[in-house]
Unconditional design. Structure first.
Lengths: 155, 155
């Protein structure tokens, strides 16, 4: 396996990863909703306007999936990531409306090695995703497992 | 708009909604991952076996999306849902492996009306999703907004 850029040892508290921007068109919102979350405000512009969300808006889970793609392209793709045990908190602060372009960053809050698996550590991130009007649409605190590059040599 | 079965007034603390079962085949895992989370353990059986997850495993976000579909089919489809502000906590307890069939239930923890919007209330659920070996794969605490049926008449 090719050497990965980001192993557990490479993350430092306070480090910030800028994530690539991603456009969310209406047809992708409707496609995701049709499969997973066919509530009217995720399927139809008029129903969206009549809802609390104020327009055709992405399912919150679609926003999460788009954010995941941004994080994958941003740094996880070239990392030793082994997945995540969950989210300590996640807030959908505002709806993602059809045609929005999202940007985001992930900040390292803390890191620790696992006692049970000496070759794995947990890095906890704070993720923030914003729309092109500068409004936060999602934030979350999220631990992710990474393999160590040199389990024997590092502390 | 047709009358919905589940408006804010209809939820009671302790109420349990059983969700329909849902199969998660390998091709759907790979399709979701290709679009949103192309980490090797979500794309390839061999890479999955070499990872902490132990086999070709759904992205945690895919598990969330499948759960959302189960909840939509279970009761949200026929409700006054207006979306959700987020998750107080979410845990991916075990990987969802290719071929697993998921079941789940949502329990009402609490409910309250919004001061800022008299026609809307917030119902907080505890969701639990399990595989066909009886193991919990996901649990989460999740508030959801619902419109009231009769904002004037109810407390």
């Amino acid at each position: 396996m090719a050497e990965k850029r980001w192993a557990f040892e490479d993350f430092q508290e306070g480090q910030v990863f800028q994530l690539p921007r991603r456009h969310v068109p209406a047809d992708e919102i409707i496609e995701f909703a049709s499969e997973f979350d066919a509530q009217p405000m995720h399927m139809d512009e008029e129903a969206g306007r009549a809802s609390l969300l104020g327009g055709l808006a992405a399912s919150g889970w679609h926003t999460c999936a788009v954010f995941m793609r941004m994080m994958f392209d941003g740094f996880l793709r070239d990392s030793t990531s082994q997945g995540s045990p969950g989210l300590n908190e996640l807030r959908w602060r505002r709806p993602v409306l059809a045609g929005d372009t999202l940007s985001g960053h992930s900040t390292v809050l803390s890191k620790r090695r696992l006692k049970s698996k000496p070759d794995v550590g947990l890095v906890t991130f704070r993720h923030v995703v914003a729309n092109d009007r500068g409004e936060t649409v999602l934030d979350a605190e999220n631990p992710i497992f990474f393999r160590l590059r040199e389990p024997e040599g590092s502390q």
